[in-house]
Write a protein that binds this ligand. Structure first.
Ligand code: AMP
Length: 187
């Protein structure tokens, strides 16, 4: 299966993604993790990305699209992948469509994890990552609303979007997501 996981920062995508890749045997492609690794390794891409990440802004599309293009070409993605935190803009979604069309491996489902904004702020403020400072959190939520939320309409129009309530325990949310994915697999 090829799955895109969409949700605002703090929705719990990372936690659910860890469980899902294990259950379904998928490669986990988290662009946030890739960028943090590049930043920690002090590569050119990492240094450039950090200028945006530290402010809670999105890294430019061309950087992200190049990273994901290379990653998708690796053999472990052939058994299916979970894209976590990518795409985050319409331009990225279009680039992904083009990459997948080339390989004739379309997306099976786009999963939206829905969490109200007040709840997100509380969750993020309790997490302690470098970009979890209040001002940066606010900016990341703004970036989500402005740049990423339009993807819901984009994927809704392609009839691949499924939304899941992201409130509750990790187990409850996992069960909801698994229900959706098992239905997609059967159809
Ligand atoms: P995340 O761990 O997914 O919350 O990502 C952390 C930060 O990395 C974001 O706030 C962005 O600055 C950057 N980032 C991650 N994925 C993307 C993406 N697909 N497009 C642009 N920036 C991204």
């Amino acid at each position: 299966m090829r799955i895109v996981f969409i949700g605002p920062p703090g929705a719990g995508k990372g936690t659910q993604a860890e469980r899902l890749i294990e259950k379904y045997g998928l490669a986990h492609l988290s662009t946030g993790d890739m960028l943090r690794a590049a930043r920690d390794a002090q590569t050119d891409v990492g240094r450039k990305a950090e200028e945006y990440m530290s402010k809670g802004e999105l890294v430019p599309d061309e950087i992200i699209i190049a990273i994901i293009g290379q990653r998708l070409a690796q053999p472990d993605c052939q058994g299916g992948c979970l894209l976590d935190g990518f795409p985050r803009t319409i331009a990225q979604a279009e680039a992904l469509d083009a990459l997948l069309a080339e390989k004739q491996t379309p997306l099976d489902v786009v999963l939206e994890l829905r969490v109200p904004e007040e709840e997100l702020f509380n969750r993020l403020a309790g997490r302690g990552r470098a970009d979890d400072q209040p001002e940066v959190i606010r900016q990341r939520l703004v970036a989500y609303r402005r740049q990423t939320e339009p993807l819901l309409e984009y994927y809704g129009a392609k009839s691949v979007l499924k939304s899941v309530d992201g409130l509750g325990t990790v187990d409850e949310i996992f069960d909801r997501v698994v229900d959706v994915l098992d239905n997609v697999k059967e159809s």
